[in-house]
Design a protein around this ligand. Structure first.
Ligand SMILES: [Zn+2]
Ligand SMILES: [Zn+2]
Length: 244
């Protein structure tokens, strides 16, 4: 069982806000659900450096709910650091680079998870399954490019053994359904026993134009290997293949 040191680097929400079209796969404020824009960048919680907020006000309001998982995440990161000091391990850097990886490939991971769990056809899969992406480290000057995809697999949600992380996913599930979505899709990105949990809040499939694509795994490989971070969800329409 890998160490789960973290909840999401990015909680992504599939609803495009009224004021913009190209917003799928963007970050949302963990308190109010507002979508990050290039102009209004979010702040990270200074404790866990993971959870994100649109403003100091939202961060303050959310603290009583966030405190437990925040301290849990912080202590797990601290234990990775301690192991790193004890040996010659670079686990701490892996943890940091995994966060960069998830952040750089947010919309790709969101789309891949949606396709892998076949949510267009079977939305209820979202409650049962998790997409695991196993990565291998290699050296590269840019943090988000220090991984290769080794394999992908679908596992049961119970694979996540950490009750606090599960509770946090449940909270997102509830919030998403409350807002009319189908729940939180979970993508687990793993490398060297370290896991990054990425819950992605998903709209009802009727509102999502993406069609079912069988080639999601090769699309994932391609974008990760080439280091491209400009992924746009792919849809096949009567007029051809459409990106965006
Ligand atoms: Zn907010
Ligand atoms: Zn925190």
């Amino acid at each position: 069982m890998p160490a789960y040191y973290s909840q999401p680097a990015a909680a992504n929400y599939s609803t495009p806000p009224a004021h913009a079209q190209k917003q799928r796969g963007y970050r949302i404020c963990d308190q109010c659900g507002q979508v990050e824009t290039p102009v209004a960048r979010f702040r990270l919680c200074g404790g866990c450096m993971v959870t994100q907020y649109c403003s100091q006000e939202c961060q303050k309001v959310h603290w009583p709910h966030h405190k437990t998982i925040c301290q849990h995440t912080t202590s797990q990161i601290a234990s990775i650091k301690q192991q790193a000091v004890g040996g010659f391990s670079n686990d701490e850097n892996i943890a940091k680079n995994l966060r960069k990886f998830c952040s750089a490939h947010t919309s790709l991971l969101c789309w891949v998870g949606f396709q892998a769990l076949q949510l267009k056809r079977v939305p209820s899969n979202i409650r049962q399954h998790v997409l695991v992406i196993d990565l291998a480290p290699h050296s590269h000057p840019e943090g988000h490019r220090r991984f290769s995809v080794v394999s992908t697999r679908i596992v049961k949600r119970s694979y996540i053994g950490d009750p606090l992380v599960l509770a946090d996913i449940q909270r997102r599930d509830d919030r998403c359904r409350h807002n009319g979505g189908i729940g939180a899709l979970v993508v687990l990105v793993q490398c060297a026993g370290i896991s990054q949990v990425m819950p992605i809040e998903v709209d009802p499939p009727s509102k999502i134009a993406w069609d079912t694509r069988e080639d999601w795994a090769s699309v994932l490989h391609h974008f990760v290997e080439s280091g491209r971070t400009d992924f746009q969800p792919i849809s096949t329409t009567a007029r051809g293949v459409y990106y965006g």
